[in-house]
Design a protein around this ligand. Structure first.
Ligand code: ADP
Ligand code: MG
Length: 328
């Protein structure tokens, strides 16, 4: 019973904007104190979902529960959630410390208390030395950490992040990614993070909710989503899989689980259409029956010890435990 106390739960939540259904009756129970990514292509309803949790957007139908309490109609500040925005707009005329302390000031907390708490938050995000700077004297990554501290100072049960890394350069993105992950574990609260990048979701999330066309395609642990996608959409969106039609149905088979054999020794025969060197691996594509392509991702040393060439007739083999039946 105890573990369920801080659950966030969607009960058939719908968001409509006029005739557009942005979120279509989704139900889901978040694991307490987990890092969950909402993943999907642009326009699938991720931000609408997050904004409904935050209270920045009304719920058209259904309800959102936090710790068993219906928060659907509460004002944002009363929900126990905090949001970090995509463009983490800081107040330009306030110092870093005052930016972080801002929401406590709004709540009427006295100056000494709010500045002490703001300093604590700055320590958490490693910005203690920059407390007196103005926002325009900070790098993008530093501004983002101020925004994080500013959201966390309200001590939310759930931190909501909408594409928080998209404005950063690739190097900083990878670094911030591990900092976010570490912070979530330290704080022991739930982070719900919207992204359209499958690599970002895999790197960060305990659980991934894959959305498509306003509904949840699949929700499971990051490993299960990648390893055992349930639908063609999830397999293709996550990448790294072959989606093939075999006599017994459609299947997803991880590319790195496919081996090249002699033509009569595999599950299926084909001829090599391309060979691409990718550093640690060689990606070999072959045409199989019915105009389908399959890709085998072969460790470079394995490939180099027995190379194959375009036009060659080969067999493709895989352990059937790596063959996952798709339901749609
Ligand atoms: P995502 O964050 O996954 O890109 P959104 O939740 O922003 O998706 O949008 C989902 C759908 O709702 C899209 O079709 C989008 O055009 C529409 N939409 C989002 N916000 C509004 C709005 N304020 N008014 C009307 N339509 C909107
Ligand atoms: Mg969005």
């Amino acid at each position: 019973m105890n573990a369920a106390v801080e659950d966030l739960e969607f009960v058939s939540v719908t968001k409509r904007y006029g005739a557009t259904v942005a979120v279509d009756a989704i139900s889901y129970r978040f694991r307490p104190a987990s890092y969950t990514c909402l993943l999907g292509p642009s326009g699938c309803g991720k931000s609408s979902t997050l904004r409904m949790i935050a209270g920045h957007e009304s719920v058209s139908d259904g309800s959102i529960l936090l710790a068993g309490r219906d928060i659907s109609n509460l004002p944002p500040a009363k929900r126990g959630t905090a949001m970090m925005f995509q463009n983490y707009a800081l107040f330009p005329h306030l110092s870093v410390l005052d930016n972080v302390a801002f929401s406590l000031k709004m709540q009427g907390t006295d100056k000494v208390t709010r500045q002490n708490q703001a300093r604590e938050m700055l320590e958490l995000v490693d910005l203690t030395d920059l407390a007196d700077r103005m926002p325009d004297q900070l790098s993008g990554g530093q501004q983002q950490r101020v925004a994080l501290a500013r959201a966390l100072i309200t001590r939310p049960q759930v931190l909501l992040l909408d594409e928080p890394l998209s404005a950063l350069d690739p190097f900083l993105r990878v670094r911030m990614r591990s900092e976010l992950r570490k912070l979530q574990k330290e704080l022991g609260i739930s982070f719900i993070h919207v992204t359209h990048g499958q690599d970002e979701a895999l790197a960060l999330a305990d659980d991934i909710i894959v959305m498509n066309n306003a509904v949840i395609e699949q929700a499971a642990s990051a490993r299960e989503i990648f390893n055992a996608p349930k639908t063609r959409f999830v397999a293709k969106f996550m990448g790294g899989h072959n989606v093939v039609a075999l006599p017994s149905g459609h299947f997803a088979i991880r590319s790195d689980a496919v081996q090249v054999t002699a033509p009569d020794k595999g599950h299926i025969e084909g001829h090599v259409t391309s060979v691409e060197y990718q550093g640690t691996h060689v990606s070999l594509s072959a045409q199989i029956t019915g105009d389908q392509e399959m890709t085998a991702l072969i460790p470079d040393t394995t490939f180099l010890s027995a190379p194959h060439h375009p036009g060659e007739r080969i067999g493709l083999n895989w352990d059937t435990s790596n063959q996952h039946k798709l339901t749609a």
